[in-house]
Design a protein around this ligand. Structure first.
Ligand code: HEC
Length: 174
């Protein structure tokens, strides 16, 4: 188990950087670290959605929303808390390791591994508003858990839903 990011995280620990104990993923990873905030949603320097967990454990609203949406739409196959199942991969790891746009693509268009059994299919959710309107939420929730920033289970404290979030949500859900 010498995955390169664990070694990098160990080096960061020596340097005294913020670290999650759970998975050894550095909070300074450019795919994770918050660069800016817009209307209650947080982004990396590349404009990829990410989570924000305050020191008292308060999570951003989209990440909290993602917890709920994940457990409504994905957990039957991928297991509670994105931990994976015998049937489908652990999405808490996928969200940390996969490119954001690849993640979106798989959920939108579905996927079946070449040569995989007939029943190992990731369905396409592209026309399901309960997934598509909350896809960034689901992604940041899984990334937060996969990097060890939040534990299993429902986050206890959350930021309020921003007005812009509510407007965007209503427009998306129709
Ligand atoms: C009916 C079962 C089922 C449901 C429901 C489901 N998935 Fe999947 N998903 C799978 C299977 C099976 C795979 C593996 C497919 C493969 O081998 O290509 C998969 C693969 C994925 C992958 C690729 C993971 C990787 O590491 O390569 C992502 C991302 C994903 N699913 C996201 C989601 C999200 C988000 C939801 C909820 C909106 C969801 N899935 C709901 C069965 C499901």
């Amino acid at each position: 188990m010498t995955r390169p990011h664990i070694l990098i995280a160990a080096a960061a620990l020596v340097a005294g950087s913020a670290l999650s104990a759970a998975e050894g993923v550095s909070m300074d990873d450019p795919n994770i670290k918050v660069d800016y905030q817009e209307d209650g949603r947080y982004f990396t320097e590349d404009g990829v959605p990410t989570f924000n967990v305050a020191e008292d454990g308060t999570v951003d609203w989209p990440t909290f929303s993602g917890f709920r949406r994940y457990h409504a739409e994905c957990h039957v196959c991928h297991g509670p808390d994105g931990e994976g199942s015998t049937y489908a991969p652990a999405l808490k790891e996928s969200a940390v390791e996969m490119d954001y746009y690849d993640f979106l693509d798989v959920v939108t268009n579905g996927r079946r591994k070449v040569g995989a059994a007939e029943n190992s299919v990731m369905p396409a959710f592209g026309v399901n508003p309960n997934v598509m309107c909350y896809l960034d939420d689901i992604y940041t929730y899984l990334k937060a858990h996969g990097s060890g920033a939040i534990d299993r289970g429902r986050p206890a404290k959350k930021e309020a839903k921003s007005d812009v979030y509510a407007e965007t949500e209503n427009a998306c859900m129709g």
